[in-house]
Design a protein around this ligand. Sequence first.
Ligand code: ATP
Ligand code: MG
Length: 652
Amino acid sequence: MSEPAPSTEIHSVLSEGRVFPPPESFSRAAHIRSLEEYGRLALEARRDPDAYWGARAREEIFWKEPFRTVLEWKPPDARWFIEGKTNLSYNCLDRHLSTRRAQVAIRFEGEPEDRRNLTYGELHREVCRLAGGLKSLGVGKGDRVGIYLPQVPEAAVAMLACARIGALHSVVFAGFSAEALQERMKDAGAKVLLTADGGWRKGQVVPLRKNALEAARQVSTLERVVVLGRTGAVAPSDPKEVSWASLVSGQPESLEPEWVESEHPLFILYTSGSTGKPKGVLHTTGGYSVNVSLTTRWVFDLKPDDIFWCTADIGWVTGHSYVVYGPLMNGGTTVLYEGAPMTPGPDRFWDIVERHRVNVFYTAPTAIRSFMRLGREWPDRHDLSSLRLLGTVGEPINPEAWIWYREVIGGGRCPVVDTWWQTETGAIMITPLPGATPTKPGSATLPLPGIEAEVLDRHGRPVPRGQGGLLFVARPWPSMLRTVYGDPERYAKAYFGEQPGKYFTGDGARQDEDGYFWLMGRVDDVVNVAGHRLGTAEVESALVADGRVSEAAVVGRPDELKGTALVAFVTLKKGVEPKGELRAELAEHVTKLIGAIARPDEIRFAEALPKTRSGKIMRRLLRDVASGRQTTGDTTTLEDLGVLAALRGEEE
Ligand code: ATP
Ligand code: MG
């Protein structure tokens, strides 16, 4: 039985007539230069996926030993590039030494405005020294190493050093508590933890060393905690503690990489926890490297002279793939910023773009919405003319925010790439290609060639264009996760339990008449109102389109009559009064844009919305608040518990 069709009206209203062709400069010089070329590649990949991916793998990275088989697929288990041997640290560093040893690889800026540049030559040396240091602690191929560091160059050095010796890294975002760190280190069975005395955040020092030592006391596998002096000098006082400086001193400046099999595990990364308990997503070397390298070039058009700034923290997959590995594999320059976006003032980001002459900028909708809320006067104070391409990731982007981003930050000249992907996918999956794809605000557009994205109903049948359904990927791709660390059953059930052999993303989506994908939010967030399936993302976009609303989160609450009633949590732009009639006006506005079916039954004004530490709205908590339930799920990844308390307080 297929679900009734949800309204498709919203996209035609919110994006009406707003199709942006690829700028001519990109159609001339980007990797893929027309929709026809894209179509040809997509067809080629569909007809002979092994040939297609084999060619990509040979093109993107250096193989010490060639692979003989492209793919062995025994659902849900995939093995890519069998018998191939490579090393990711070699592909990021050594490969460039003969051509760009003196080129800057990392441009670092600390929150207190201290700056440091590392050339490819220097980065290579630091990586080799730390790799040697780790070996001296007994870390070898297959061992797990925790990384709990601020966004400083040593964080990238740490990841690359692990990759160099075949150890798996597991990066934990430095904003997480000792408890969250401990839980992840235990799950990963980490042997060594790399941390710092502290890191700067909003003018304060985050007590990383204290948290790390606390975790080390609770995790029996953790033998050593290596502490970097970021905010001061390190004087080890704990029996497990070693200073970073002493560990690397005297280590050789060059160390042969460990050539690992393509399927050798590269890292474990815990997902951000928007929907439940974080999962330890495991990625392996060859396939991950290929897709990350390729997408950085194809999607961001990254050239070696480019200065690329991805604002994500290395604690998230976006930081892994597009702060560290993607730009370095392509020989670019990556910007690393340690601190908060609004410190010391609301224009810190634009100041960085101006001073570092950033060419390609990649951030999240949550950041764009908060900049929008503050008004264009902040970016307008800066020269942003170095920018040539803008990207977004993490949540569906409201068309209103997309347009603002393009006009105000991109000066109307930069293409915007709305990239859909997940921790599990390793690399970008659905995205415009800047030289080929006409964009529509709010749509992630088309899957990359070789990515067989499909919208299906619960029974695995394709849903007609314009109708909402579940987003699947019908064929394996090189950078897919290989398992949930230590829990292969959860892997099989969560990702391949819906349809045999097809990867289930957990997201809802619809394809429009052009085949473009519109992400509707997580399947759990799709609500059923009087028999109609509604993506919360579209109701939220309609609210944001009012102009007075800064952010909106819409959830369902059980309702006797309608089955589900819609509750909207709304934050307002600076200076807008939360008056009673505004509620009615907003409800009316949604009705006008989507239809009466989407009219919120209740609108609540809030100061802030509960978010994960990666900046995503946690709708599952709002569902509890809306229905007056106690929160039962995992809240360790929530950024600020106070926000939840404030929302509950409003209920009385
Ligand atoms: P968890 O899986 O632990 O609940 P999470 O899904 O938030 O956490 P990530 O892997 O960081 O962890 O996020 C991937 C999800 O983010 C996607 O499944 C999708 O819901 C959302 N997302 C990412 N990029 C986009 C985008 N461009 N448009 C719409 N949604 C996006
Ligand atoms: Mg997820």
